[in-house]
Design a protein around this ligand. Structure first.
Ligand code: TXA
Ligand code: MG
Length: 317
């Protein structure tokens, strides 16, 4: 049996340059960080980000971490704070992720943070990751490079075994030294530990001069993108609309007459890439109800339907 494998790139200047070229063209590259291998795509490219979710086979859109080579580029996308500065000076580059408010004019794809107005950012320490990020000159969205539900990869072979040709290339940088994911700290309000990881709470507290609030379990679920933290439009959402009611904003899929079409050709990657942007746009028009064409429950359609059914769920108050 012939199975096609991802291109394997060496940890050399030529390998880093090739990885950056593939990313620039909208492809997916798995690359080593000091924590685990990341499944990277250009964070400003809606389709590349949608392909990340497709490759992982995630049933819902968890927000992703964006990786950068330098602090100035990070600061051009987020509202930087004194606490962020303190933590960055102490722990970056390294296994620490900061969640900050996104700047209104940031070109990071809305799908990266599942429509939230915050983004998770980090400067990884691994020399291969840094080299690729420098060569690309832009942010790279990257969850761990495994299929949803499988364990995180710490070697190139783990990535190939889990993702096969769902990823275009794997940069082989050997074993990841830390082996557990980065610590995530929310800095939107007071500092909150959102996920324990490569940097301990004690060392964070020492740097900040205060203890961090810790998310409780139920809230932790929302931190991983499952509950209220997702963008919910002001409008109500009506699913599986096969005709339109007067006054509704019409979000189509396929060959239908509508206000905005997720994908005229029924391409689920394209539909996912447009989803949050289009919900925002129709919401901004002030419609009371957004009606959405039926979307098949397969591949990325599962995540799209998951997201839409959360948006259509009854609201409190
Ligand atoms: O070490 C790591 O962090 C690895 C390497 C590749 O950098 N990446 C990683 O990504 O673990 P992932 O997708 O498996 O986990 C990202 C976590 C999720 O729990 C997600 O909910 C949270 O980051 N996250 C991302 N953006 C967020 C946001 N805007 N607000 C709250 N949580 C966010
Ligand atoms: Mg993961």
């Amino acid at each position: 049996m012939i199975t096609s494998l991802p291109e394997r790139l060496p940890d050399t200047d030529a390998g880093h340059a090739r990885a950056a070229d593939i990313l620039r063209a909208g492809g997916l590259v798995a690359f080593p960080t000091e924590t685990v291998y990341g499944l990277g795509g250009d964070a400003c490219d809606d389709r590349a980000v949608a392909r990340i979710f497709e490759a992982k086979g995630r049933p819902s859109f968890n927000p992703l971490i964006v990786h950068f080579a330098d602090l100035d580029t990070v600061k051009s996308h987020v509202h930087w704070t004194p606490e962020a500065e303190l933590l960055a000076q102490t722990f970056w580059p390294g296994p620490l992720t900061l969640v900050l408010r996104k700047q209104a004019d940031s070109l990071i794809s809305p799908l990266v943070s599942a429509g939230l107005d915050t983004i998770a950012v980090r400067l990884p320490a691994h020399p291969a990751a840094r080299a690729v990020l420098r060569a690309l000159g832009r942010g790279v969205a990257a969850p761990s490079a495994n299929r949803s539900g499988q364990i995180s990869p710490t070697q190139a072979d783990h990535v190939v075994k889990s993702l096969g040709d769902r990823v275009d290339a794997v940069l082989d940088g050997g074993s990841c030294p830390v082996g557990v994911e980065s610590t995530i700290v929310g800095l939107v309000d007071k500092p909150v530990l959102l996920r324990p990881g490569g940097i301990t709470e004690e060392s964070l507290a020492q740097t900040l001069g205060r203890h961090l609030a810790v998310r409780h379990k139920a809230e932790a679920i929302s931190a991983s993108g499952q509950l209220m933290s997702h963008y919910a439009p002001d409008a109500l959402v009506r699913l599986n609309a096969t005709d339109w009611e007067p006054g509704e904003a019409r979000l189509g899929f396929g060959d239908v007459d509508c206000d905005l079409n997720l994908s005229e050709t029924e391409d689920l990657v394209e539909a996912a890439a447009h989803l949050f942007d289009y919900l925002h746009r129709l919401d901004a028009q002030g419609a009371k109800v957004i009606a959405v064409s039926p979307i098949p429950h397969e591949g990325l359609g599962i995540a799209i339907n998951d997201r839409l059914s959360r948006a259509s769920a009854p609201r409190e108050g």
